[in-house]
Design a protein around this ligand. Structure first.
Ligand code: ADE
Ligand code: ZN
Length: 332
């Protein structure tokens, strides 16, 4: 099955570049930038990756991001991720990054965005992988900080396609960012938001109604609200589901409890993504493999998930059509 999954042309729509920082690269960048890391070796880093919930993870993830200092560091991070995409049959990716994680510790915005963009450009020319970048606001910080970030980013508007919303969900509902999302949309950006990961289904409603998002990141707790599920089906709102993330962060106790297959069967536009692969034990193909094994999925269902990933992307319709034909031509 691994080979079939790899052969399916796929898009990845929910990937935090900072979450693709592998322990090996973290150590290398710490040495290169002469920074202290509270770990002696790779085994010690990996041993720290035991999370009881989202916040446990975020604390470690923000600490790891401190090793990213120069434009070259952001290039190397992004390039390493694109090489994984190539190995796994990801033909298009829409990764996000958190500028505030870097600007708040004194790294200039252009250092971050130019390093990422240069790697994404090289991904297109050398690996044939297309990409659109998403700029995410940290929801645990004030609305005003998100506004400042958007202002800072506007001169670089050609380098990203959408704004997003991530970090600690509980207590930071989408409505806190209604005005900044309205401004971003007025500037012509698309919008996505994490909602219904740890937070309630109500956050999915408000991301749709108040932020006018094009996709919901995670959204798995929508399953608790039948009316919401019906709306997601009727409007074909894409959910960027991240199975390994959900089990590692205890959103589901076990992969066998995951609701992605039930939602797919009901007609929800679910997609499979890796979220923070360096922290959760796998890139996109490992996420397909995990649900295939634990939920007794059929190859046709895996193929449908790959088709959904293309449909839910921000690619132009003609490009989507041609990739979907390629997905359909992979023999089951
Ligand atoms: N930032 C990185 N990964 C995240 C996740 N799964 N949820 C919220 N914020 C994040
Ligand atoms: Zn995420």
């Amino acid at each position: 099955m691994t080979e079939f999954i790899t052969q399916l042309p796929k898009a990845e729509l929910h990937l935090h570049l900072e979450g693709s920082l592998e322990p090996e690269l973290m150590l290398k960048l710490a040495q290169r930038n002469k920074l202290f890391l509270p770990y002696d070796d790779i085994a010690a880093i990996k041993a720290a990756y035991e999370f009881g919930n989202l916040q446990d993870f975020l604390d470690i993830y923000y600490q790891g991001a401190n090793v990213l200092q120069t434009e070259q560091d952001f290039f190397d991070l992004t390039w390493a991720y694109l090489l994984r995409c190539k190995e796994q049959g990801v033909v298009h990716t829409e990764p996000c990054f958190d500028p505030q994680t870097h600007t708040d510790r004194g790294i200039p915005f252009p250092v971050v965005v130019n390093g990422i963009s240069a790697a994404l450009k090289q991904g297109q020319t050398q690996l044939g992988i297309s990409s659109y970048l998403i700029l995410s606001f940290l929801r645990h910080l004030p609305e005003e900080a998100a506004f400042k970030t958007l202002e800072m980013a506007l001169p670089y508007r050609d380098q990203f396609i959408a704004v997003g919303l991530d970090s600690s969900e509980m207590g930071h509902p989408p409505e806190k960012f209604e005005r900044v999302f309205a401004k971003a949309r007025a500037e012509g950006f698309k919008a996505v938001a994490h909602a219904g990961e740890e937070g309630p289904a109500a956050y999915v409603w408000s991301a749709l109604d108040l932020l006018s998002v094009d996709r919901i990141d995670h959204g798995v707790r929508a399953f608790e609200d039948a009316k919401l599920i019906q709306r997601l089906i009727d409007e074909q709102v894409p959910l960027t589901v991240c199975p390994l993330s959900n089990t590692r962060l205890k959103v589901f106790a076990d992969m066998a409890d995951h609701t992605i297959l039930k939602m797919l069967d009901q007609g929800v536009m679910v997609t499979v993504n890796s979220d923070d692969p360096a922290y959760f034990g796998g890139y996109v193909a490992e996420n397909y493999q995990a649900i295939y094994e634990s939920l007794a999925m059929t190859p046709a269902q895996l193929q449908q998930l790959a088709i959904n990933s293309i449909k839910a992307s921000f690619l132009p319709q003609d490009v989507k059509n041609s990739i979907i034909l390629q997905v359909e031509s992979v023999g089951i």
